[in-house]
Design a protein. Sequence first.
Lengths: 245, 379
Amino acid sequence: MAAPLLQIEHLSVSFEGFRAVDDLSLHIDRNELRVIIGPNGAGKTTVLDLICGRTRASAGSISFQGRELTRLKEYQIVRAGVGRKFQTPSIYEELTVFESLEISYPRGRSVWGALAFRRDAALIERIEAVASTIFLADHLDRLGGTLSHGQKQWLEIGMLLIQDPALLLLDEPVAGMSVSERKKTVELLHTVIRDRSVLVIEHDMGFVEDIAHKVTVLHQGRVLSEGSVAHVKSDLKVREVYLGH
Amino acid sequence: MVFSRKDQLWIGIFAILVLVVLPLALDPFRLNLFGKYMSYGFVVIGLVLCWGDAGILSLGQGMFFGLGGYCMAMYLKLEASTVAATRIQSTPGIPDFMDWSQITALPWFWKPFQSLTFSLFAVVVVPVLLAAVIGSAMFKRHVGNIYFAIITQAIAAILTILIIGQQGFTGGVNGITDLRSLKGWDIRPDHAKTVLYYVCAVLLILCVLAAHMIRRSKLGRILVALRDREDRVRFSGYDVAAFKIFVFCFAAGLAGIGGALYALQVGFMSPSVIGTVPSIEMVIYCAVGGRTSLLGAIYGALAVGWARTAISEEMPQLWLFAMGSLFVLVVVAFPTGLVGFYRQHLDPLIDRLLPPSCRRTPTIATVKVTGSGSSSVGT
């Protein structure tokens, strides 16, 4: 069997004595869609922060396509192929949809590269393709700040897609969405996950059942249970700390 | 298109104002004063990119202005301190203030400033190097913008104290005075001041064009993006620190050019123009004009500079109060400065008056989406 895309081994981090993530090991295969669930404070977002370099691990390793991520800077991790979506939509209020997608386009990322950057046909074609995937093809010229909440979420997902990452980290992508927006987002995620692995944090069990290949339940920084949705739901320990409420 | 029709119009109006209208309307003395205000224009251009676009407020731009000014003044002072001109000193051939402090030989770091080429080079490079050191130390450690502002303020204060304390090397609190000529060309008479005014005006216009091109490039959009969502930019694969260091260095280099032109036009350089108070005044110029517009900020510098002279001539003690009230007024009532007022009230009016071809050009995205060819995408 081929090595997993992402291999987290014995990962720990503590904040002022509090062990947010405690000796965690997690493997994610190519083309897998994994959902992490767990009660508040279980360390879900911290795991994403550790993978993308926002938080530095105290111990353990994160190996991604054979590269050790714990030693790389945030932007190097992105360039290695990890895309991160934040929990609250994090988009540029004062730039247009087109400009926001352009900034995420993986070219001209150095200071001089950005100065010399020129729009070409390939870039525009790519932006239009991504914009139609995220349902924003008719809104390219709108400022990010004027979009609806759901559209902002999609724009941020689009800004990741344009980088074509091998691993996509999504922190609560459907939070705060209306029912119809949520439905469209499920549809979008099914498109998004083709040819890449996705790690999603989500509370919404209905949504989890819709999308997950495999679920990992975190509790107090440790893996409580792991397996298919049905397996996790029937796990007594999980029912006790999380789903039973 | 980097310059829209309206950009061309406004830059054209500015060029006519400073190159034709002001020289015709003002006597050489007043024109020289405007040249002095204009030298602050270089600082505010840098602040527009650094503070207005990237959200990095520096309260220490005076130190870069001062370093550029001192580099220029050191050259001019050495040229004025020939053996013949200083033969009454105990050590002829060194600047007078060194002689007063019992220094008997030119210090090593003064020697390169005997060369004009080196000095002009240093006017830009010294501020940029200092900015690079400060920027690397701060931005690579993710120091927040508020702390950054305080630290730049502190460094400006330290630099002033250092210059004042080292009288023998720097001229102390009096600064470097009695600057006379540049390569034998006397800079003191009226016609020389007028020539220097034009040099200042032309350089300022060139710097506005350069800054405008940066703002219209993808780099300019990244600066705006990182002001609002620094983490999003970082996690889009950008080394955010490098961009911040770049824009801070760019602003420092511009401030250095402004300082050199100040020294040339005013004929001296002293710590009083580089400390914390002048640094904050430069930020006020920028805030009054509008920190999101290059020309707006320059008009702010010219207007406040002129008001300062006008009020100081009548009632010197009133100026500081006027300055303070102005700042409070701008912050409370016009947070976007004069430019905000213009954009909200006058710009729509002008749009109605202008023929459609001069109006705000649609952004590239619209042009492309409405289906024109790839020739329209060359911004």
